[in-house]
Design a protein. Sequence first.
Lengths: 216, 219
Amino acid sequence: MFDALQPSDTARQMRGVAATFAASNGRHANGQGQRRVKRDNGGKWVALLDSVAKRRDADAFAELFDHFAPRVKAFLMKSGADAALAEECAQDVMVTVWRKAPQFDATRASVATWIFTIARNRRIDMLRRDRRPEPEELTWGPEAEPDQLDSIVLQQESARLVAAMAELPEKQRIMIERAYFGELSHSEIAEQTGLPLGTIKSRIRLALERLRHSLS
Amino acid sequence: MTTMIRHHLSDQLLMGYSAGTLPEAFNLVVATHISMCDECRARLASFDAVGGALIEAPEMAGTMGSGALAATLARIKSADESTPVMPERKAAKPVLPQPLQGYVGGDVDKVAWRNVGGGVRQAVLPTSSHASARLLFIPAGAAVPDHGHRGTELTLVLQGAFSDEEDRFGPGDIEIADEDLHHQPVAEAGADCICLAATDAPLKFRGLLPRLAQPFLQI
């Protein structure tokens, strides 16, 4: 069901619209009859973060803060922090968002996903959990830019994942939440999650191929 | 180079790494494999997207304390705006991917090997005690003593190849072994094999000699 939307169709439709995130976003989401995405703000967040990265735009940052800081705080509290610690660490996370904004790559993550990874790393420090070395970085050099269509499609797929997760059977959703809030050890995580990740993975795989090509 | 990889990470390991709940030694193996494998890099990104979707769930909305934004902006202003340093791309391809180099202090020439018999060498890496990680050097054609597992053992090939009862494992391939597997990895003729191995429980050796040596080898 979730995979029924062909990325190539999406891509064809997208070529017809102005490729600006903020403008194309809502229009496109409403155009998909299959599954109404209630809140597809992915493109808006990308535009705001881009403004933080390029213009050090404090107003754009304030908008991101209002939306994401409370969510990061909630994530940290669900992971075992008390309110005061979670509040302080959520601020840390947002400081990192400001600093690392130029490294964000919209062809590989939504802003929510990127902020999740920063919050997860902060949680590991906060709870003194096992160190988590990162893979080798793979970043766009100054000579090449990520494909804007890749980012638009990835943002839409991310929004669809939010909707799809809301529709998972409760038992599965709770298992996934427990895994991500740090309540399950790796051997307790089920191999079958019922998560529709195939489309997102394929899109990112394509973006990585383009990146590799630009590096060679 | 990444297209040759046939044995990949499990969803279980990827989700655990994305959630940040694996033991350090397993995190190191996952990070090293992903450095070599774009397929698993994309799969990890899709598991990270699950974390992003959880952050976006309606019940996560809320408020920060009053003045939180002002406090954060003040901290941003006071911090120095040093530009992040992009990692250098080296011309020559190292044997050890970056995450591993952080533990070794350089490439394969910096590894402090110890002989463990039969030409096999190992170097235990400093990780938390929840699981252990070590580099293994198996001379071409040589075998690692046959052993079983109590927990999970991950073996990632960095150079050369080995075969065991299951399959052949080449550069970038990872073997995920649990209690059911009793195996004897043999390095392929032609090239010495270097692996990164991690386990969350001591291995079970069949032979008496390796069993006696086990406490000293820290495996």
